[in-house]
Ligand binder design. Structure first.
Ligand code: FBP
Length: 549
């Protein structure tokens, strides 16, 4: 494979491991844990893995000789920068336990486990992928692991390969599946551990014990670079309004982090839209007001950041999606052979009058996507909805009305962008390269400690990486019961943007200034080599959250 000069130089980067993981470790148990909510129900569903203690690794002065261990690894869900380093950290970790340990990678996500598709990851393969972006070493997929048949089928290959532990690298849904799998294997004494690793660019898999998910740092730095470039172009030509949609299926962490880094004129935060009970038209009016106010000073240009998940947070649309989910779940048999218009008619006939009215008020393509396009976890595929175009069109219409009333005298010319896939496979920043390597290496320590149903946890992340701490968090601790696809299910609680949290407060205290005055910041590209203050900075979200503690 031909490599660029940067790729070659980057391959030689040695991730900085937390000092505690550089020698032999012992697991120190904390207090028993409880789930974030619905304790009785989660305990009933996870009798074998509920209430486990938090684990913290400390240096061990009397290390025991290790035995070879075979481990399986799965990449699950959307790509996130650093996945390859989790795998290389895991590989180095199990080789440190014993040089004859072996690592098997299941291909194209959880489906590879069920279909028995795998490769052995040797050091020659691993070395080719160190510090690179992407998940192409073994591929990823969104197959949902949830049935006993899938678990049993997976167990066949696990036994055949003498695998002692599975490491699942995924987001909240995939780690929920990891917890269910861990519980099942424990309940049948399968002798197979399951360990999760927190992955997602969306940044919504975090809590008291998981400070951030990997990939968020790099992806937001890539998006901020290009937003900065657009802002410089915008400020040079002074003739366009740029509507920029940013990935993040549900929470607005990505949009908020990019806003903190680049200081756009407008950034919508879905969680605020919901809290203020705003309609789509309210959001449009708020943008049009800024456009008109800037036009009064001759500034017919600007930038608007739009979180991908916005549509789902507009209360009326959220209500509609909830009913759509229930209608589809309750009529699974009746709808399984319907498609296109027939399915749309069926759905409309089964919706309440209120929700039908909301559906009919939306542009056809948006309505159709809400009704028909779902991922295997039942989520609306918001990345397919062109919110940036929808909003700019509605803002254009609103400005025409305002112009007729003498309230807008400027020009409005809009351009559209969607940044998502551009950032998901970037070479990991130094932060993500180190964090991911440590997560994988630490997962090997959890395997060696013999535990199951834990997520690899590396903390103290605003400090230099050598000072990070390492341990394991029981996944059941992060769970609650939510209504999904027409039924109550145990799931990891998603972390949304907190309106009382430091990152949002910081943004809210400055946004009026940013909207009227042009205060753009141009962060520039990720730097891999150079001074620590340029190369090793964590996200602003992480920094502000730590200051809040
Ligand atoms: P994960 O939650 O699996 O990490 O994926 C997140 C994400 O990148 C979202 O930001 C986006 O909405 C979605 O994946 C896109 O999914 P797909 O890769 O299937 O198009």
């Amino acid at each position: 494979m031909k490599k660029s000069p940067l790729q070659k130089a980057r391959a030689a980067y040695q991730p900085k491991l937390p000092i505690v993981l550089t020698g032999a470790v012992k697991a120190v148990e904390g207090n028993p844990t409880r789930s974030v909510a619905d304790q009785a129900e989660i305990q009933r569903l996870f009798p074998n893995t509920y209430g486990l203690p938090e684990l913290k690794f400390e240096k061990n002065t009397t290390p025991a000789a290790g035995r070879p261990v075979n481990v399986g690894v799965i990449l699950s869900g959307g790509q996130a920068p650093g996945g390859h380093n989790v795998i290389s950290g895991l590989f180095d970790g199990i080789k440190k336990i014993h040089r004859d340990s072996r690592l098997f990678g299941f291909l194209m996500g959880p489906g590879g486990l069920v279909d028995h598709k795998y490769i052995e990851l040797t050091s020659a393969i691993i070395d080719d992928y160190r510090n690179t972006g992407g998940f192409d070493i073994i591929g990823s997929g969104r197959t949902k692991l949830e049935t006993k048949e899938q678990f049993d089928k997976g167990l066949e290959i696990v036994k055949e390969l003498n695998i002692k532990a599975l490491v699942i690298i995924g987001g909240d849904d995939s780690n929920t599946n990891a917890a269910v799998l861990a519980e099942y294997y424990k309940s049948i004494n399968a002798g197979v551990q399951v360990i999760g690793c927190p992955k997602t660019i969306d940044g919504d898999l975090k809590n008291e014990c998981i400070e951030t998910s990997f990939g968020f740092d790099t992806a937001t730095k890539v998006y901020s670079e290009v937003i900065g470039n657009i802002q410089r172009d915008c400020n040079s030509a002074k003739k366009y309004w740029h509507f920029i949609k940013l990935m993040g299926r549900s929470a607005s962490h990505i949009a908020l982090e990019c806003a903190l880094q680049t200081q756009p004129n407008i950034c919508i935060i879905s969680e605020e839209v919901e809290a203020k009970n705003m309609t789509l038209q309210d959001v449009v009016n708020s943008i049009a007001d800024v456009v008109a106010a800037r036009a009064e000073y001759g500034n017919n240009f600007g930038t608007v950041l739009i979180p991908e998940g916005l549509i789902e947070f507009i209360p009326a649309i959220k209500k509609l999606i909830a009913e759509l989910n229930n209608v589809l779940a309750a009529n699974a048999d009746a709808t399984k052979d319907l498609a296109g218009e027939a399915l749309e008619t069926f759905i409309k006939e089964h919706l309440s009058a209120d929700n039908r009215a909301t559906l009919e008020s939306l542009p056809d393509n948006v309505a159709r996507q809400l009704m028909l396009d779902r991922d295997p976890h039942g989520n609306v595929q918001v990345s397919l909805i062109e919110t940036e175009k929808l909003l700019s069109e509605m803002v254009g219409n609103r400005l025409k009305t305002m112009a007729a009333e003498g309230k807008f005298k400027g020009k409005f010319s809009a351009l559209h962008h969607f940044f998502g896939y551009e950032g998901r496979c970037a070479d990991p920043s130094n932060f993500d390269a180190d964090y991911c390597y440590a997560l994988g290496f630490n997962a090997a320590c959890l395997v060696n400690a013999g535990v199951t149903g834990y997520m690899s946890s590396i903390r103290n992340l605003v400090k230099p990486s050598v000072q990070w701490t390492a341990g394991g968090i029981p996944i059941t601790m992060m769970m609650n019961i939510e209504h999904r696809n027409g039924a109550d299910k145990p799931v990891i609680q998603k972390a949304l943007v907190r309106l009382d949290g430091a990152p949002f407060r910081k943004f809210a205290s400055q946004r009026d200034d940013w909207s009227m005055n042009t205060c753009y910041v141009y962060p520039g590209p990720i730097q891999y080599f150079g001074p620590a203050e340029v190369c090793d900075q964590p996200s602003l979200t992480l920094l502000y959250e730590h200051k809040d503690k």
